[in-house]
Design a protein around this ligand. Structure first.
Ligand SMILES: Cc1ncc(COP(=O)(O)O)c(C=O)c1O
Length: 297
């Protein structure tokens, strides 16, 4: 329900405009949503969200993604409480980070490593950096109209960016193999990667799943395809990975992975003691001991 009268929200917007750029920035700015949609919220529980004026809403937005289990989920909150009591932000990571990385790598069939990012922009930007580092090439093929974040290389808003920020991007049309191939041919020999969202969801347009032929065409462009197929066969044979997960399974493709490296061996609680010893903290006499200044960056 959209309310016509949101006096507390209106007053907060006036205050915000004085101290927050645009009254609110990024996708949390509701200026493009229908009039009467609240900018400020007070609390949430389960699937319900209350604005600062006391109106309640069923939140189909799920906080733009993360609240898939609902607000204040008891199990999630209990686990977070336990962890908070041990310390919230520590100087270094805890065992939980390794556990989470192990879980993610175990769930995602093509993943060798897990690297956590704060948001989508950071993730896509890092992917582009990794693609360029791995291939030592420059060009990234990007679907026209696709949104990959707000960094200068990908933002659809040119203000504050330069033409040079996007000079190595080459456009193609999502799901259009001919346009993908034409884009690739135009920069042959200098392609670092193809970036494509798991499904087409350009702002204000109808959504579209990737066509299987298109996904395969993208995959075939990767020089690492053959190597990945070999690794995939090995993994299936050894049953170390449980499931191909996520939107990629709709097009039955596997994304390209980083260049082959010796796979790090992981210690687990069930690892034999001899194995775990390799991961014991370094001793004073160990050459692996880092000098104290390393912690200061
Ligand atoms: C495909 C895709 N990549 C990147 C982003 C950027 O994510 P964020 O807004 O968290 O930076 C989005 C956000 O909508 C997205 O849909």
């Amino acid at each position: 329900m959209i309310s016509n009268s949101l006096p507390i929200d209106a007053a907060l917007r006036t205050r915000a405009r004085r101290v927050i750029p645009g009254g609110m920035y990024g996708h949390l700015n509701v200026a493009r949503l229908p009039e009467g949609y609240p900018q400020f919220f007070a609390r949430a529980e389960g699937a319900t969200l209350w604005d600062v004026d006391g109106n309640s809403y069923v939140d189909f937005m799920c906080a733009y993604g993360p609240m898939v289990l609902g607000y204040g989920n008891r199990e999630v909150e209990a686990a977070a409480d336990v962890q908070r009591k041990l310390g919230d932000v520590l100087t270094g990571p805890s065992e939980r980070l390794v556990e989470l990385a192990e879980k993610l790598v175990g769930m995602v069939a093509h993943a060798d490593w897990a690297l956590l990012q704060r948001n989508g922009t950071d993730a896509t930007t890092l992917c582009v950096v990794i693609a360029r580092a791995a291939t030592r090439k420059r060009k990234i093929l990007v679907a026209r109209g696709a949104y990959h974040g707000s960094a200068p290389w990908c933002t659809p808003h040119p203000t504050g960016t330069t033409a040079e920020d996007k000079v190595h991007l080459v456009p193609y049309d999502y799901n259009d193999i001919a346009s993908l191939q034409a884009a690739a041919q135009s920069v042959e020999g200098d392609i670092a990667g193809v970036i494509a969202s798991a499904f087409k969801h350009d702002y204000g347009k109808d959504q579209e799943l990737p066509r299987a032929e298109f996904a395969h065409a993208v995959r075939q462009m990767s020089p690492s395809s053959a190597r990945d197929r070999r690794r995939s066969a090995r993994r299936t044979a050894s049953s170390r990975r449980r499931l191909p997960a996520g939107a990629l399974s709709t097009s039955a493709i596997r994304p390209s992975t980083a260049p082959a490296r010796p796979r790090p061996v992981r210690a687990t609680r069930s690892s034999p003691p001899a194995f775990r010893a390799v991961h014991r903290p370094a001793t004073a006499t160990s050459p692996r001991r880092a000098p104290a200044r390393a912690f200061l960056g």
